[in-house]
Design a binder for this molecule. Structure first.
Ligand SMILES: Cc1cc2nc3c(=O)[nH]c(=O)nc-3n(C[C@H](O)[C@H](O)[C@H](O)COP(=O)(O)O)c2cc1C
Length: 442
C-alpha cells in the first residue's frame, strides 16, 4: 500500500520514526512529508533512511513529477503524526502553502490524524472547532490521550503511542480491504501455466494456457498475506518478471530451473525447498517460483509442496495424456510410412490425488477449463468437483476466442455442497481476488 505519513512540528515527531519503521516492515511503500517546522525536531535524513523514499517539504521540488499532487493522488492512506494545533487549523481551512497541504487537498484516500499538543491548546475553542470540521469531513482521529506532556505537566493532549497508531492504521486498511492480511502466516501452493509432454527431444504436446490466471491467484494470495509457491509450467519469463525480479531480491525467489518438456520422470521437479522462504516485504516478494515442464514434474512438485501447504490451488492446465514412449531421437518423416500414430497413456490425476490425501484443515482448489456444450458451466463445474473431491472448483469457459492468452476471464466457483459461491467476470486480477476471497471465506 502507498502510505503517506505527514509529520508536523511537535516534540512527538521522534516517536513517528517508530511508526514509519513499522509501516515499512509491513511491506508498505511509505512516503514521509514533514513540515519545515517538523524538520527542526527530526531531520530529513532520518525520514529518508527509515522510509527508503525521497523526502521533501516543498512543492517546488521534483516538479517534473508534479509532486505537489502526485503523492496525494497515489496514496491509499494518509496518517499525520503528530498533528500540531497549527497544522490542524491549516487542514480545516484547506491551506496549501507546503507539500503536506497540497497533498491533503489532492487526495481521496482516508486521512487519519494523531493530534499532539498541550492541554490548553487542545481544549481551545479554535482547535476544537477545527477538529469538529475535520471529523465532519471524514478525517479519523487517533487520540489524543491524557498523560505526561513535554513541559512536565500532564493532561489531555499527549500523542497516542506509535504502536497504537500503527494498529489503528492496520485496522483502517483492513476495513478498506477485508481480504488483505487475512492469509498471513499461511503457505499457499498455486500451479499455473500448461504442461508439455514430449514426443521426442524437439517436439511436444502442449496447451494454450499462459499461466496469467494462476499468476494472478498467486499475487492475490500474497496480497492477502500468504507466502506463496508458484509452480509454473512453461510460463513466459516476462510474465513472471514481477515475482522473479523483486527488489530487494528475496532469498530463493527465482525460477529454480527452467525446463523444456523433457522425458517424464527425468528427475525431481520440485526445485528449491520451502526452507528457502523468508519474510518478504512486498507481495511480489512473497511469491517463490518453481519451474516445471511435464505433468509428471508438475505432479511431483505439487505433491511435495502440498505437504506443508495450507491451501493448494491447481490452476495449471495439466495434460491428461502423455506419450507411452518418448523417442530419444527426433522422429523423421522419411522413417514413417503413411500417417503417424501416437500412443498416449493417461497421466496421473494430480488434483484427485491431492484431494484424497489432504490433511485436516487444508483447502484444495481445482480449476476446470471447459468449452461451451450442452451442459451449463455450473453443471460441469459441480460434476468435475465431485469427481475430483476438491473443496472448491473454479470453472472458466475456454475456446478459440476466450479464456487463453487474454487479460479478462469469467470464473464460476462451486463448493463441496454443490453451491455456486461466486460467478465473476472481469480482469484476471479481479477474478483471482474473488477466488482468494472465496477460499479465505471457507
Ligand atoms: C519545543 C517545542 C515543542 C512544540 N510542541 C508542539 C506540540 O506538541 N503541538 C503543537 O501543536 N505545537 C507544538 N509546538 C509549536 C509548533 O512547533 C508551531 O506551532 C509550529 O508553527 C508548527 O508548525 P507545523 O504545524 O507547520 O509543523 C512546539 C514548539 C516547540 C518549540
Amino acid at each position: 500500500m502507498f502510505i503517506v505519513v505527514g509529520v508536523t512540528g511537535g516534540i512527538a515527531a521522534y516517536k513517528t520514526a517508530q511508526l514509519v519503521r513499522l509501516l515499512v516492515k509491513d511491506g508498505h511503500d511509505v512516503h514521509v512529508i514533514p513540515t519545515d517546522d517538523a524538520l527542526r525536531f527530526v531531520g530529513l535524513p532520518t525520514w529518508e533512511a527509515l522510509s527508503r523514499n525521497t523526502v521533501t517539504t516543498s512543492v517546488h521540488d521534483d516538479v517534473a513529477r508534479v509532486r505537489h499532487v502526485a503523492l496525494g493522488q497515489q496514496a491509499d492512506l494518509i496518517v499525520i503524526a503528530p498533528a500540531t494545533a497549527n497544522s490542524i487549523a491549516k487542514m480545516a481551512a484547506g491551506l496549501a502553502d507546503d507539500l503536506l497541504g497540497t497533498t491533503l487537498l489532492a487526495t481521496t484516500a482516508p486521512v487519519m490524524i494523531a493530534p499532539a499538543m498541550h492541554t490548553e491548546m487542545w481544549q481551545h475553542a479554535a482547535t476544537q472547532a477545527n477538529i469538529d470540521t475535520l471529523i465532519s469531513r471524514g478525517v479519523h482521529m487517533i487520540g489524543p490521550v491524557a498523560g505526561e506532556l513535554t513541559g512536565g505537566d500532564s493532561g489531555p493532549g499527549r500523542m497516542v503511542e506509535p504502536d497504537d497508531i500503527h494498529a489503528a492504521v492496520v485496522r483502517e486498511l483492513q476495513a478498506a480491504d477485508p481480504v488483505r492480511g487475512s492469509a498471513a502466516g499461511q503457505h499457499w501452493v498455486v500451479t499455473a501455466g500448461g504442461t508439455r509432454e514430449p514426443l521426442d527431444p524437439v517436439r511436444y504436446i502442449g496447451n494454450r494456457s499462459s499461466g496469467r490466471q494462476g499468476l494472478e491467484v498467486a499475487l492475490a494470495a500474497a496480497r492477502a498475506g500468504a507466502q506463496v509457491t508458484l509452480v509454473a509450467a512453461n510460463m513466459d519469463p516476462s510474465l513472471l518478471a514481477p515475482v522473479t525480479q523483486t527488489d530487494p531480491p528475496a532469498a530463493g525467489n527465482s525460477s529454480s530451473r527452467h525446463r523444456n518438456a523433457g522425458p517424464s520422470g527425468s528427475g525431481d521437479a520440485s526445485g528449491s525447498s520451502l526452507a528457502d522462504e523468508g519474510p518478504f516485504a512486498s507481495p511480489e516478494g512473497r511469491v517463490r517460483v518453481v519451474a516445471v515442464g511435464t505433468s509428471q514434474e508438475m505432479g511431483d512438485a505439487a505433491r511435495d509442496l502440498a505437504d506443508g501447504a495450507d491451501v493448494v490451488v491447481m490452476a495449471a492446465a495439466v495434460s491428461d495424456y502423455r506419450l507411452a514412449e518418448v523417442a530419444q531421437e527426433k522422429m523423421r518423416k522419411e522413417d514413417a510410412s503413411g500417417p503417424l500414430t501416437l500412443e498416449l497413456v493417461e497421466t496421473a490425476d494430480i488434483l484427485a490425488g491431492l484431494s484424497a490425501s489432504k490433511r485436516e484443515g487444508q483447502t484444495i482448489v481445482g480449476f476446470a477449463a471447459e468449452t461451451p456444450g450442452e451442459m451449463t458451466l455450473a453443471e460441469r463445474a459441480i460434476r468435475k468437483r465431485r469427481r475430483k473431491g476438491c473443496d472448491l472448483l473454479a470453472a472458466n469457459e475456454v475456446g478459440w476466442d476466450r479464456g487463453f492468452e487474454r487479460d479478462d476471464n469469467r470464473l464460476l466457483i462451486v463448493n463441496n455442497r454443490d453451491e455456486i459461491v461466486a460467478d465473476v467476470a472481469g480482469s484476471k486480477r479481479e477474478t483471482a481476488e474473488s477466488l482468494v476471497a472465496a477460499i479465505l471465506a471457507r
